[in-house]
Design a protein around this ligand. Structure first.
Ligand code: UGA
Length: 471
């Protein structure tokens, strides 16, 4: 009986192992093409290669591609470089010169090109159009599934399909377009890739949606197959909702300050209602980055375009824009005079764990302080190189007033105040006793409510934060 049981268990284990090997082999056979090696494209490429797929990547920026081929990540994203290298070394991540090669080799083609926003706050479809043309010119008899991962306005997937057919000029084509929005956060992209909250697949054809969902069947996430436009709206609505939560709490923070209350207590009190939750309700100097501000503005344009009232989203944007002046006023009120003073800014990337400075609040705050005669010492764990290029390009005449400093302690020497503008963990770990000694006047104005007010005040700092006037 015992021997029989052991044999039975061994057989089950063997069967499981064989199934695993079989799945691995099937995955190796599946060729996935990725167009564009930005945040979404590169994370998807490295992630799918790690999952066992045979991934082929095309990137038109030759310099960028050269780095990637050497296993160097062209931007800072925790752990991405490790996965990139592992993909290249395993042979599961390789590169192709152009889109035509992807079209001839891959059944699945992920489109991850940029959709920057134009001056009129609408998305620029230029790169998507180029990709549509390239694909159209290279489609043969084999069926191809083109999966749009770039953030786009509703209607794009359908336009993309139409564009391909137009470029084909009546020559039959065997393809389907799927919309599959991405919900990665910069700085957490690898974690988010392997632990997605949901997989949204938009397709006109349920069977195709189901086929694409199979690629993600072992991610342990709920999979929702919807229409093309529904998927596109889900993406924009998700980012708008997140933006709305931030503007909501920032508005409440303004009220909390009037009554010398602590916004953190209020956040907890609101968020303990399970219908609301405490996540993404941190008050501060507003949301930045390449997604929330851009997608919100674009959503307003989409609403206007269809004559729908965008008042809710306009309010979210106005409240966010106001955060900058509210912070500047806080600084001026705390310091009395800022002219000829050294102010230390910690944080030029739009949030922690990224070197991305796009739409970072600090980009607006620093020039305003310089205009008022302040000298700025800037520190950021990863964002200084991007900030340097930004200042050289946009404010070359300010370069004498802005000093980039690579050591956090050094950035505070003779400073009249530390202004915290993003939320790196490093700011919690530094020795504030030392910093207290280095500064001219020990004042901290914390735009991200990241350090402990009680500890700061115990050391002797004058500490100000957002939504908290308690002395
Ligand atoms: C955002 C979304 O969170 C992702 O789900 C989405 O995939 C991505 O945009 C995109 O569309 O590609 P990301 O821009 O990387 O991700 O950054 P978030 O973590 O959303 O933060 C955005 C801004 O909001 C930051 O400036 C952050 O400091 C601020 N924030 C965030 C707050 O002020 N309070 C909060 O409670 C949370």
């Amino acid at each position: 009986m015992k021997v029989y049981k052991i044999l039975y268990i061994a057989m089950v284990l063997l069967k499981e192992k064989l199934k695993e090997i079989q799945t691995e082999n099937i995955k190796k056979e599946v060729k996935v093409g990725i167009i564009g090696a930005g945040y979404v494209g590169l994370v998807t490429a490295a992630g799918l290669a790690y999952k066992g797929y045979n991934v082929l990547l095309v990137e038109k920026d030759k310099e960028k591609l050269k780095k990637i081929k050497q296993g160097i990540c062209p931007f800072y994203e925790p752990d991405l470089q490790r996965y990139l290298l592992e993909g290249i070394e395993s042979g599961r991540l390789s590169f192709r010169e152009n889109i035509s090669e992807l079209v001839s080799e891959c059944r699945y083609i992920f489109v991850c090109v940029g959709t920057p926003i134009k001056d009129d706050s609408t998305y620029d479809m230029y790169y998507l159009d180029i990709v549509a043309k390239e694909i159209a010119n290279n489609l043969k008899n084999d069926f191809r599934i083109i999966i749009i991962r770039s953030t786009v306005p509703p209607g794009t997937g359908r336009w993309f399909k139409k564009a391909i057919l137009r470029y084909r000029r009546g020559v039959k084509a065997n393809f389907e377009v799927v919309s599959m929005p991405e919900f990665l956060r910069e700085g957490n992209a690898i974690y988010d890739f392997f632990n997605p909250s949901r997989i949204i697949i938009g397709s006109d054809n349920y069977d195709i949606g189901k086929e694409v969902s199979e690629l993600y069947s072992d991610f342990g996430a709920p999979i929702l197959i919807v229409s093309l436009e529904e998927a596109e709206i889900i993406k924009l609505a998700s980012n708008a909702f997140l933006a709305m939560r931030i503007s909501f709490i920032n508005s409440i923070a303004n009220l909390a300050e009037v009554f010398d209350s602590n916004i953190e207590n209020i956040r907890l009190g609101i968020g303990l209602d399970p219908r609301i939750g405490t996540e993404f309700l941190k008050a501060g100097i507003g949301f930045g980055g390449s997604c929330l501000p851009k997608d919100l503005s674009a959503l307003i344009s989409v609403f206007n375009n269809y004559q729908i009232n965008p008042i809710l989203f306009e309010a979210v944007k106005i409240i966010n824009d106001e955060r900058i002046d509210i912070f500047i006023n806080k600084i001026k009120k705390a310091l009395w005079n800022i002219k000829n003073k050294i102010l230390t800014v910690w944080g030029v990337s739009f949030k922690a764990n990224t070197d991305d400075i796009r739409e970072s609040p600090a980009l607006k705050i620093i020039p305003k302080l310089v205009q008022e005669g302040a000298f700025i010492n800037v520190y950021d764990p990863k964002g200084l190189h991007n900030f340097q290029s930004y200042i050289q390009k946009n404010y070359p005449h300010f370069s004498n007033s802005i000093k980039l400093i690579e050591n956090i302690y050094e950035s505070t020497v003779n400073s009249s105040a530390i202004l915290i503008t993003n939320d790196w963990d490093e700011y919690k770990r530094v020795n504030y006793y030392n910093i207290y000694e280095l500064m001219e006047t020990p004042i901290i104005i914390d735009g991200r409510n990241i350090v402990n007010p009680l500890e700061m005040r115990e050391i002797g700092f004058e500490y100000y934060s957002i939504g908290n006037n308690i002395k």
